[in-house]
Design a protein around this ligand. Sequence first.
Ligand code: C2E
Ligand code: MG
Ligand code: MG
Ligand code: MG
Length: 285
Amino acid sequence: HAKAKGKNGFQAFQPAMEQRAQKRLKLEANLRRALDLGELELHYQPQIDVRSGRVVGVEALTRWHCRELGHVSPAEFIPVAEETGIIVALGGWVLRTACRQAAAWRDQGLLDTLVHVAVNLSARQTRDGALMDEIRAILDETALPASLLELEITEGVLMENVNANLDLLHGLQAAGIHLSIDDFGTGYSSMAYLKRFPIDQLKIDRSFVHDVPGDGEAIATAIIAMAHSLQLSVVAEGVETLAQLDFLRQAGCDIMQGYYFARPMPAAQLTALLREKRSSWGERA
Ligand code: C2E
Ligand code: MG
Ligand code: MG
Ligand code: MG
């Protein structure tokens, strides 16, 4: 009896697993062609300085509209790109596209030393020995000053391989690139490590911002205090409400990013926003 039941259970389980494997294969096959088919696009989300209300940064976020699968979230396809190695080509495309756009904005007088473009780096990219050369070539080709580029590395990726990342980050810093730790508070870095990394800023993970008001408050306050004691600026991610904005401002947070201000948007839209709204968040922020 028990045997029959087990067998049934197994049979019911199998198709679900197969379905998942098939879905994943389909995603992977489509992702392989996405670059060539021109299905990828970068959207840009502004980062607002709390004191001046000005846009001080723009984060590039990849969007994929697949002709077979429709819109696929980066939370779904970035891990697949990472596991399959597709991220090497994809990440290069993201860097090149973001730097080209940043150079265009700069030529239009919309970016300066105070306004930069941030690009997310994946784990695999940080382990790629050719990354530094690739970035140099892209900066060269786009004529973008390195100081207008910021790279975001998650706390988790940073702590995976401290020594290799120390070398990489020192190389990037020497090239004049700004460095930001993404999703901060979700990993296991210690203050001692943070002090050794040549970084410019911490981004409070949006799960903590989401829990403001509430349990997120103590964590956000602690991260801000620690960052400031290390001379780092702090960005709060995922700011959606005025209550969150008010709390974070009062807690001393420097920069905010979130739907309360603006969603990630196509380059053309952000160009218009940079033109009109360079200081219009002044009274609200
Ligand atoms: P992330 O780097 O932490 O980016 C912030 C994410 O929060 C983005 O999600 C953004 O759209 C979302 N977000 C911004 N404001 C709000 C808000 O107020 N509320 C909520 N609920 N969400 C907000 P997105 O674009 O879906 O990207 C998810 C993650 O995928 C990113 O997290 C990043 O880790 C990864 N990713 C996206 N584009 C790239 C890329 O080009 N390269 C790499 N390596 N990773 C990328
Ligand atoms: Mg920044
Ligand atoms: Mg990021
Ligand atoms: Mg994040």
